[in-house]
Design a protein around this ligand. Sequence first.
Ligand code: ATP
Length: 361
Amino acid sequence: MSPVTESRTSPAATPGARLEFRALRRSFGSTTALDGLDLTVGPGELLALLGPSGCGKTTALRMVAGFERPDSGEVLVDGRDITDVPANRRDAGMVFQSYSLFPNLTVRDNVAFGMKVRKVPAARRHARAAELLELVGLPRHGDRYAHQLSGGQQQRVALARALALEPRLLLLDEPLSALDAQVRQSLREEIRRLQLSLGITTVFVTHDQEEALSMADRVAVLNAGRLEQCAAPAELYARPATPFVAGFVGTMNRLPGRTGGGLVDVAGHRLPVDGTAPTGPEVDVLLRPEDITVTADPAGTTRVLSASFLGAVTRVHLELADGARIRADLPSREAAPLAPGTRTTIGLSDRPVLVVPRSAA
Ligand code: ATP
């Protein structure tokens, strides 16, 4: 995509809106899709809504777009309740998971469609469509039809169409999930670059944690219609606020431990506790695979079960003396000698560790 130079798409021309979800509730029959969602997205921020299938992500997004009404609660844009504003009057552009281009219109006319509905003069909308196609890296594709484009190109056109009316909110509902890994990766970066240069407030729905962590300013993790945690990616990874977030974001080992005096004994190590330990002494200790080292040791009590080569790192599955199983991520070079059955000892970094109540397992 080309850099944004045009004045109409400069940050000053399209400052992002402030979006607030307030106590949003929505049920479908006996299913509670949203169970009191409170969340604020700052102007120009990219917020990822992350969670497992059915947790209410799309329902929340559709409420901003105006395709769904809450049973109670409000959606505010710049402090104004927009619940009663019809979808076509909302200042939001949306891109869906399925390629939703009009098959009977050229790429140019797809991008210009919203402007035509709003009766923007033809010369102006053609110029604007050309400008947007340039922006999404498809300057020579205006005369094509959807079936003549790849999936990635179709999503770029959908993005251009969503931006055509210079909305102050961009809503993306799993826009990359139908694309192959390489296209997905490059479009992630391009969407982020574009979003930053336009300064447009963006809500990105995804169930892919890697996508959320790599793109977003903050990630809101939903579970069963409720917000579990909303934090910057690094914070979410380092300090999951709930056992659900710990298990959903990244990989987490959970081992039994015993607390005392601000320390916890786990797998033969004594480590400081991060934050306040739950009343113990029996707890579970949360350990990231990259915080575990593994050394081949014929006298060791830990045994290698299997190893999965992932490129730069190898994930080694181990069994401890008490039968507990853990996963460790090692640089692949270090993991090479660790064939299944190898006896090892494990080391833990002496950083403070998170502990959760044993009963929450
Ligand atoms: P996915 O990642 O699978 O798209 P999601 O997190 O976006 O899931 P939603 O689409 O918001 O989840 O749905 C939340 C819950 O509400 C689900 O249990 C879903 O089946 C239900 N639901 C959503 N829309 C409707 C509807 N129109 N009628 C009935 N149930 C619905």
